[in-house]
Design a protein around this ligand. Sequence first.
Ligand code: AMP
Ligand code: MG
Length: 532
Amino acid sequence: MFDALTWDDRFVRGLPGDARSEVFPRQVPGAAWSPVRPTPVTAPRLRAWSPEVAGPLGLPASPSPAESDEIARVLSGNSVVEGMTPRADRYGGHQFGNWAGQLGDGRAIALGEVVDADGTNQTLQLKGAGPTPYSRSADGRAVLRSSVREFLCSEAMHHLGVPTTRALSLVTTGDQVVRDMFYDGHPAPESGAVVCRVAPSFTRFGTFELPASLGEEDLLRQLVDHTLTHDFPHLGTPRDDQHRRELMVDLFDEVCRRTASLMIDWMRVGFVHGVMNTDNLSILGLTIDYGPYGWLEPYDEGWTPNTTDRHMKRYRYGTQPIVAQWNLSRLGGAFHVLVGDATMLEASLGSYAATIEQELPRAWLAKLGIGVDGIVAEPDRRLVAELHEVLSSTEIDSTIFFRSLPDVATLDRTATDRSLVEPVLAASYAPDEITGDVLAGLAGWLRRWRDRLDVDDPRATMDAVNPKYVLRNYLAQLAIDAAEQDDDSLIAELHDTLRRPYDEQPGRERFAEKRPEWARERAGCSMLSCSS
Ligand code: AMP
Ligand code: MG
């Protein structure tokens, strides 16, 4: 099955690799990748599969039991077939604002690139397949809980229309992995797992930062040329140094635009990445590296799911667009090494800020059923700002709020404050708080919003951008709990539900409910660590 795919590893062919193949932690100067074979596991078993990712690669949509066994063997890393060129990529990154030097794929091993049905090269990458030269002191493995989360969320994001790396498979290894989940001195064994991720490229901002920081200009040039030629072919391939400088300015501008659009999507759907280090930002503007991410439940701009970041809250929901800009400026700094002149790079950063400034309010207005052509006017900006104040004044589930809002639009114009807020009460985690000033604030805002609407029933346009089904943190945890007991039915059902996140899907309403009280403080449901 896998040896019949069209393997074509342009990354390995086109870029300098590590001359050594031994796996021990080390610096790997001058290389873009290191050859490394996955470390075999004891009893690989296929637990989840994405037919829509498999099909275009030339893999079966519904594998037979024998095919599932083969998939488990290959996508755990136990068998490396003809055509594969397993490698770990080298990159650096700024972690929580500090330059961290060489990081690299410490537990990800790309098997190679497969040419898909559209003729696009797709890299198949195993996450959790064993140590590499970039593993530092860690084991190169991943646990079932984080792998279920990555599998489901990658696919959920795709179906929400948010650019992301995809997940092809989830395989358990049959081995135990020891993790101290909250770094509090309580290490415990957990089930090991491997997710096969798929993307046209896993190149990160940090891929360019590392050679730039070390004066490896040849490597930097080669990485830029490779990225331009294969990932941004519409921009062109450099003919000479001057041409490269021009194309790098275009490339940076496009990365800024894609990143702006990604941030707006994250804000729109209520996704909090949790670890927006520059090694976790994709040059293609994809959501990448699902770790301690989370979904906004009560609307709270200050919320982060990542316990490691609970004091600084650097990567909280509300700051994501600003952090992305900071990250882009680090990428711009790396490009500057070759471009030489900062003017144009700074102009793109300026456009990024201007785009967020215009497009983010526009996206919020779209969520409110208000389409705006051209510049977003001041009263509309105020309506959005006031909405955020109202949503922050009490605990309101943002996903449910936007799905129930159309019911307010169709109420009688003489409705009292109480009856006006009635439809959105289902979104409240503290309905008792909705009295007095809170009630007046909410009802006042709902009136202003309704007066601004220029259609009688905005439901269809609103439902098309406000998902009903997102991967609520506690739902992922329930799927993990079941999977730990060998029951994959909830993974399958969530996977399927999240394929049509904007549809009503009668019979599946339980997946669109508010977070239950028990999940408020439970690990995995409201707080997560980087330990995965
Ligand atoms: P992250 O913040 O999860 O993207 O990880 C940052 C860096 O740590 C990357 O270089 C990862 O490959 C590496 N890393 C994370 N977990 C492990 C692990 N269990 N074994 C080896 N490397 C890891
Ligand atoms: Mg990472």
